[in-house]
Design a protein around this ligand. Structure first.
Ligand code: GLN
Length: 424
């Protein structure tokens, strides 16, 4: 059938970046790093184009450009928690046009009509739409929120285990995890993931898709290490791990994403990809393959590029946290990722904003949406309203939050701080 009307509408992403540009706002909305890729990553692409022969400027294997598959297998195996897993570059790795298309290929090739996919809200808006596009039924289970101190993402956003257990039925084909989590910054802990693994054991038809695109933006290593669900006992065979180069290397426009998992999952995805785009672009995959090798080596004064990246983001998190707190946008400190959810209860939104025409807001306009428009147009600092990350039944939970991205230059973060203090 043709695209259903709910999927033909503009989205929050279509509304807020243009509104930010039109308003001259500092754009702390859409999450992409707004600086150049590191020198070694740009050089890798220049070098890739010049590799002699047809290897990189023509089609690659439908599964994944082989040097990228090899670099990824090496990368994951170098992580102590992954080292025991049998990753074969030929059969356990798929690449596609960004993590988003990897996810699409996974839903499209693994869901049967009527299969349910369970999303933990707030959930990145693309998941539910892809599930619908692929003939599945999105189901939702929201994290509970506890705003008593301390205000860190892992303390505020918690599982209601009874609710989660009740939400998994014999129709549930996939549970989507996302750690570090967009938009909250929560990182799923070992006790939490172990409990989820018990549920997966109890439901033999259930698979887990684990979206880990923010895996290198992690801030408190000891108390909240990044844990891949696939590495838990017995879970390799039940899990598709997804990630990408976009956030890590500031190359969101190169659209290099990948999935790692058992052959029974990967084979279905690559069989499908053969008919969708045949293969993802070779040359950017080659550049990322080279960058992955370089990134594990010492970088500036750090043990690796990843160590530098986490430290740079830790610094940016501190800058934005201070600015938000100084105007009463109470930040919920993220353990990972590059977004801060702030409690905006103390800020008043003018009534007139609710009645402005909006490209994509549900009607009546939710409070978080109106406040995000007010901040973008009047304060000239753009943020994203979290309500698109909730299903209609739970959307009221979004009303007091706003999501601010700190993957922006220091100058822009400081300018945002000045504007917030001037206007709020
Ligand atoms: N994942 C990014 C975010 O949440 C980008 C979203 C998008 O462009 N659709 O901001």
């Amino acid at each position: 059938s043709s695209l259903s009307s709910s999927l033909s509408k503009p989205t929050v992403w279509h509304e807020f970046s243009p509104l930010a540009s039109a308003s001259g706002a500092v754009n702390l909305g859409q999450g992409f790093p707004n600086w150049d890729p590191p020198g070694f990553v740009k050089q890798a692409l220049k070098d890739a184009v010049d590799v002699p022969g047809p290897a990189v400027n023509q089609y690659c294997r439908s599964q994944c450009h082989l040097p990228l598959a090899t670099a990824l297998a090496d990368e994951y195996k170098a992580r102590p928690s992954w080292s025991h897993l049998p990753i074969d570059p030929l059969t356990n790795i798929v690449s596609s046009v960004g993590c988003t298309q990897v996810m699409y290929c996974a839903f499209r090739s693994l869901l049967s009509p009527g299969d349910e996919v369970l999303l933990l809200e707030p959930a990145f808006d693309i998941y539910a739409s892809q599930v619908k596009l692929c003939g599945g039924e999105p189901r939702f289970c929201s994290l509970t929120t506890d705003l008593s101190a301390p205000l860190t993402s892992n303390d505020v956003f918690k599982f209601d285990w009874e609710k989660l257990e009740a939400a998994i039925t014999e129709k549930t084909r996939v549970l989507v995890l996302n750690t570090p989590h967009n938009p909250t910054g929560k990182m799923f802990s070992m006790p939490e993931l172990s409990r989820i693994a018990e549920m997966v054991e109890a439901h033999p038809n259930l698979l887990v898709f684990s979206d880990e695109v923010y895996e290198h933006m992690v801030y408190d290593d000891a108390s909240s290490p990044h844990i891949s669900f696939a590495t838990l006992p017995g879970m390799w065979d039940r899990t598709l791990t997804l990630s990408s180069a976009g956030k890590t290397f500031s190359t969101t426009g190169w659209k290099v994403g990948w999935g790692v998992g058992p052959e029974h999952i990967i084979k279905k995805m690559t069989d499908l990809q053969n008919w969708v785009c045949f293969s993802a672009p070779s040359v950017t995959q080659e550049a990322i393959a080279r960058s992955l090798v370089r990134a594990r080596q010492p970088y500036l004064e750090y043990s690796s590029f990843y160590a530098w990246l986490a430290d740079d983001y830790r610094r940016k998190r501190a800058i934005l946290t201070e600015h938000l707190a100084s105007v009463g946008l109470t930040p919920i400190s993220p353990q990972g990722g590059f977004f801060i959810c702030a409690d905006s209860s103390s800020i008043t939104c003018p009534d007139s904003v609710y009645h402005e025409p909006s490209l994509s807001a549900p009607q009546p306009m939710p409070r978080d949406w109106a406040l995000a428009r007010h901040l973008t147009q009047t304060v000239k600092v753009a943020a994203i309203p979290p309500s698109p990350f909730y299903s209609p039944a739970n959307v009221a939970e979004a009303s007091h939050y706003l999501r601010f991205a700190f993957c922006k230059t220091d100058e822009e973060l400081e300018e945002a701080g000045r504007r917030l203090r001037e206007h709020l």
